[in-house]
Design a protein around this ligand. Structure first.
Ligand code: AKG
Ligand code: FE2
Length: 346
């Protein structure tokens, strides 16, 4: 009888022991952090960095702000005519969606997973909740915007000297996305090597559902998704994106961090740390667009290849302003088919 009980209890005992003893990793490895997030004086970090003469902002001042708050706004760095032309391309792509090998995602509908643009009705693509994925694969102009020289100068110090730009999103309306940080989803070999840019293609109106963010939230303790630590893994994580969002809103409140709303102008750009908590405000006036282009950046060290080619030795890429952009191996015919941006001049 005793032996029978012992055998029966063995498995649950080991499971319990395992769950109690395995402490999931709940923060980035210090050693892998970008230098700016380490305890290194800024003067040392900037020592050998050549500051371009035409830089329209004070790099030192922006970096001090970034360390403290986890974001910066760079004013007036993108030519407005590029943004107008970019948006004309986006509208034309939607209008002629059957011609393009691009994918899009529509929230809260049967289009939950990214689908080919061709297969989504135009009205859906033009509606609230729609986002076009990785538009930069198709558009040379989008590639040029996401690798704008002044954005790149900042990221070379704030993130890594060797950069890759990837995962872009085009939004016509606010995403109305609950609070989140990007690093649990936008993953690479080194989760702390992540930053993003939010590029408005029109001045942001307060009623259009502006982006919001919690200054300094990049330093908060990380959320434990359960079984997957601080990264989110579909079908493995015990907690949902909504649990994550509640945790972030509550923790920011506990730390006395006030939500800020982003009301920037066309030509400006917000750059945020991969761990800054942010989201899309609810739309107050559904007539109001909030045309924007979002892109993510990582280091070559963290992303030495395209993220769907990890088993390959190398990935094909192009180089814009020194930034590597991997070609999408899943859609070679869709690469650079929108060529107008080649000839854009400031
Ligand atoms: O623009 C928005 O509303 C949210 C965008 C965002 O959070 C993202 O793309 O990571
Ligand atoms: Fe985000």
């Amino acid at each position: 009888m005793v032996t029978f009980l012992k055998n029966k209890l063995r498995k649950p005992y080991f499971l319990l022991k395992h769950s109690l003893s395995s402490k999931p990793k709940l923060d980035f490895d210090y050693e892998t952090l970008p230098n700016i997030d380490k305890d290194i004086p800024l003067e040392d970090i900037l020592k050998d960095f050549p500051i371009p003469e035409n830089l329209p902002y004070d790099l030192h001042e922006k970096l001090v702000f970034w360390r403290e708050h986890g974001y910066v706004v760079l004013e007036n760095v993108l030519p407005e005519n590029w943004l107008d032309k970019f948006w004309e391309e986006v509208e034309d792509t939607i209008e002629n969606h059957h011609k393009y090998d691009v994918t899009a995602l529509i929230d809260g509908s049967s289009y939950q997973e990214p689908k080919a643009l061709k297969d989504i009705p135009k009205e859906k693509l033009q509606s609230i909740g729609a986002r076009i994925n990785d538009y930069h694969n198709a558009s040379i102009g989008a590639k040029r915007i996401m690798t704008n020289q002044h954005i790149v100068t900042f990221l070379k110090i704030a993130l890594a000297p060797e950069l890759t730009a990837f995962q872009s999103l085009v939004f016509k309306y606010s995403s109305q996305q609950p609070t989140h940080q990007d690093f649990p989803w936008v993953t690479s070999k080194i989760p702390s090597h992540l930053a993003a840019a939010w590029i408005p293609c029109e001045d942001v109106h307060p009623d259009s559902g502006p982006l919001y963010y919690y200054p300094g939230s990049h330093k908060l303790p990380k959320f434990n998704f359960g079984r997957s630590g601080y990264l989110y893994k579909n079908n493995i994580s015990l907690f949902s994106p909504l649990d994550f969002s509640k945790y972030l809103d509550k923790t920011c409140e506990q730390y006395g961090i006030e939500k800020k709303v982003l009301l920037i102008k066309k030509g400006d750009v917000l750059i945020w740390h991969g761990a800054l908590a942010h989201g899309g405000s609810l739309i107050k006036n559904p007539e109001m667009t909030r045309k924007s282009f979002v892109c993510h950046y990582s280091s070559i060290e963290a992303q030495p290849k395209h993220r769907s080619e990890l088993d390959k030795d190398v990935s094909e890429f192009s180089n814009y302003n020194g930034v590597i952009i991997y070609k999408d191996p899943n859609n070679p015919n869709g690469e650079n088919v929108i060529t107008g941006g080649k000839n854009w001049v400031e």
